[in-house]
Design a protein around this ligand. Structure first.
Ligand SMILES: Cc1cc2nc3c(=O)[nH]c(=O)nc-3n(C[C@H](O)[C@H](O)[C@H](O)COP(=O)(O)O)c2cc1C
Length: 381
């Protein structure tokens, strides 16, 4: 028999200073009758005495507040977004997915001029993920605005344009053209690009360069500004701080991890570009570590990306302090995953008696604020 959903009123929830614990949800492979389901029932962290037993209320998933404030007026209807490069410009998926139920759409990387991208092969499967080297193929910012912005303006879901470039000037020019365009809700800077002016050094791996491009784009637009961190660095914290200090409204973390694959005969690297970016479940522990570190280094919201395929991944990223997540590679197998995750998040909050998903955020962070965050870069096996 399906257990009746019951929830405690707020008096039974963890008191200030105590952290809520976030139970793991049963994996999708576990049957509905799995005993693990029993562990998802609401349990007050501080047990009420019989005389002060709280009133039992029922919370419907639709009552759970899933809204996310990313700053500068950018409010997501729920914390499950789609990641750049894995959902096109959103329009392509209109027949399969109700885009208005997504928390936000980060569209494909967009540059000042059209780009044809890297030579093939551009993608290959790897254990627990994939490597891609698409090379930012896109029609250029003017064509993107002309073809898609009018449709975006009719959606409830905010569309955030992912912007790439090879110089500060290019980023600034793309941002300027997007500024004030109806349908464009924000900008996500993909700074994992070589800075041609600095001899090909990536903006994302240098705190000074990351801060410089962020500050320049900040001056060029009033749009909400998200900046995407790269995992290909020794220590994310100075870079995260430089970006926050330069005026970003939020961080997104992480982009893909650099890797290569070999041809079947092992006589050359497989991808036409030699290097590709690793994404998918294999990336998740790295993303968790970087979100954990970045959240403690800055005072702006952090959106997590990396290997999200099921609700437990969402709960894990919220627990290390992310306010929202983006789903990328998992969309290729099933484009409806993000909407299902939003529904499951609301359902799990309702089951635990939470009226807002925000209670799930930061439960796994160290209690003492401002302490050195982790053994990320210092870790020695
Ligand atoms: C095919 C493909 C194309 C991508 N294109 C972009 C891009 O244009 N800009 C960007 O910032 N990230 C891009 N990404 C990175 C994703 O947005 C995301 O950060 C990464 O895939 C990790 O998330 P996942 O493990 O859920 O896929 C791309 C990823 C894939 C797989």
């Amino acid at each position: 028999m399906k257990p009746k959903r019951r929830a405690m009123t707020s008096t039974a929830r963890p008191v200030a200073g105590k952290r809520a614990s976030v139970p793991r949800e049963p994996r999708r492979s576990e049957g509905a009758r799995s005993p693990a389901l029993a562990t998802t029932r609401p349990r007050p962290a501080v047990g009420p005495r019989a005389s002060e037993a709280p009133a039992v209320v029922e919370i419907a998933p639709s009552q759970v507040d899933l809204r996310v404030d990313l700053g500068r007026g950018l409010i997501l209807p729920n914390p499950i977004m789609v990641a750049s490069g894995t959902f096109g410009y959103g329009i392509e998926y209109g027949d399969v997915v109700d885009v208005d139920r997504l928390g936000g759409i980060c569209c494909k990387g967009t540059t000042l001029k059209p780009r044809i991208g890297n030579p093939p092969p551009r993608v290959t499967e790897t254990p627990g993920g994939m490597l891609n080297s698409i090379g930012l193929q896109n029609p250029g910012v003017d064509a993107v605005i002309e073809k898609y912005a009018r449709t975006w303006a009719t959606w409830r879901t905010p569309v955030i344009v992912n912007v790439a470039g090879e110089s500060v000037h290019e980023y600034v020019e793309v941002a300027r053209r997007l500024d004030g365009v109806p349908g464009v809700a924000g900008i996500e800077l993909n700074i994992s690009c070589p800075n041609v002016g600095a001899g090909g050094l990536q903006f994302a791996i240098d705190a000074g360069a990351a801060g410089e491009v962020t500050a320049a784009v900040r001056r060029a637009t009033d749009l909400p500004l998200l900046v995407k961190l790269s995992p290909n660095v020794a220590d994310i914290r100075p870079i995260a701080r430089a970006i926050a200090d330069a005026g970003a409204d939020a961080l997104t973390a992480i982009n893909t991890l650099s890797g290569i694959a070999l041809s079947p005969r092992r006589d050359r690297p497989l991808l036409g570009n030699i290097y590709g970016g690793l994404s998918g479940p294999a990336l998740k522990p790295v993303a968790l570590r970087i979100v954990y570190e970045a959240v403690q280094a800055v005072n702006i919201p952090v959106v997590a990306i990396g290997g999200v395929t099921e609700l437990n991944d969402v709960l894990d990223f919220l627990a290390v302090g992310a306010v929202a997540v983006q789903v990328g590679t998992a969309i290729f197998a099933d484009p409806t995953v993000p909407i299902r995750l939003a529904d499951e998040l609301a359902a799990t909050c309702a089951r635990q008696g939470m009226l807002a998903y925000r209670e799930l955020i930061a439960t796994a962070l160290p209690a003492a604020k401002g302490r050195p965050s982790s053994k990320g870069v210092e870790y020695r096996p």
